[in-house]
Design a protein around this ligand. Structure first.
Ligand SMILES: [Zn+2]
Ligand SMILES: [Zn+2]
Ligand SMILES: [Zn+2]
Ligand SMILES: [Zn+2]
Length: 189
């Protein structure tokens, strides 16, 4: 092999697609670099960009603890993690527990009704760490309105309160006014 061919072989090896990744900080490319015994990803725009990442790591995102979120399977705190396919919520007890929640799933469950108390937030479904479902205002902690029964976006015909709740009884599901001062209850649906 001539000197020139050797250079060409080295050059193409360094630039094959498998060995480069886009730099998350700039529009450079990450390449595997070697310093002594250590190999790591470094940016092609070095020294303008000094981004580096270890070879083993699949992401440079540190898992973030989620306040007041607990794994429904083992009750360990949940973490916001980043994987190959984007962000997800996983259990801090991983790999013992492989519970994963889709962060979008909670959003999609969505608002059940506008909050009648503050008029700005929405009532959403939540469960506490014991699995009990309740329906707080998503403007919490600014608004602490919460219902124990599933809200329905209807106005009370008696008092005009902007939400009714579903109450199951032997006769069927009735819509009731959650206001203590009001005794409205619909016929079984
Ligand atoms: Zn860079
Ligand atoms: Zn768990
Ligand atoms: Zn509210
Ligand atoms: Zn009412």
């Amino acid at each position: 092999m001539t000197e020139q061919n050797k250079d060409a072989a080295l050059f193409s090896a360094q630039h094959s697609d498998a060995d480069t990744k886009p730099c998350p900080r700039c529009d450079g490319q990450l390449r595997i670099k070697h310093i002594g015994q250590n190999s790591f990803w470094g940016c092609s725009n070095y020294p303008a960009c000094d981004y580096t990442r270890s070879l083993q790591e699949t992401s440079d995102f540190e898992p973030q603890p989620l306040p007041d979120a607990y794994c429904p399977e083992c009750e360990h705190p949940l973490l916001l993690k980043k994987g190959r396919f984007g962000f997800f919520i996983g259990c801090s007890n991983f790999p013992k527990c492989d519970y994963i929640a889709d962060p979008d799933a909670e959003e999609e469950q969505g608002a059940l009704a506008d909050c009648p108390q503050c008029g700005k937030g929405s009532l959403i479904e939540r469960s506490n760490k014991y699995g009990k479902v309740f329906y707080p205002c998503d403007a919490y902690p600014k608004c602490r309105y919460a219902l124990n029964d599933r809200p329905v976006a209807q106005t009370c015909p008696d008092c005009g309160w902007h939400v009714l709740v579903e109450k199951k009884s032997a006769a069927g599901v009735r819509l009731k006014c959650p206001q203590k001062s009001c005794s409205y209850s619909s016929e079984p649906l």
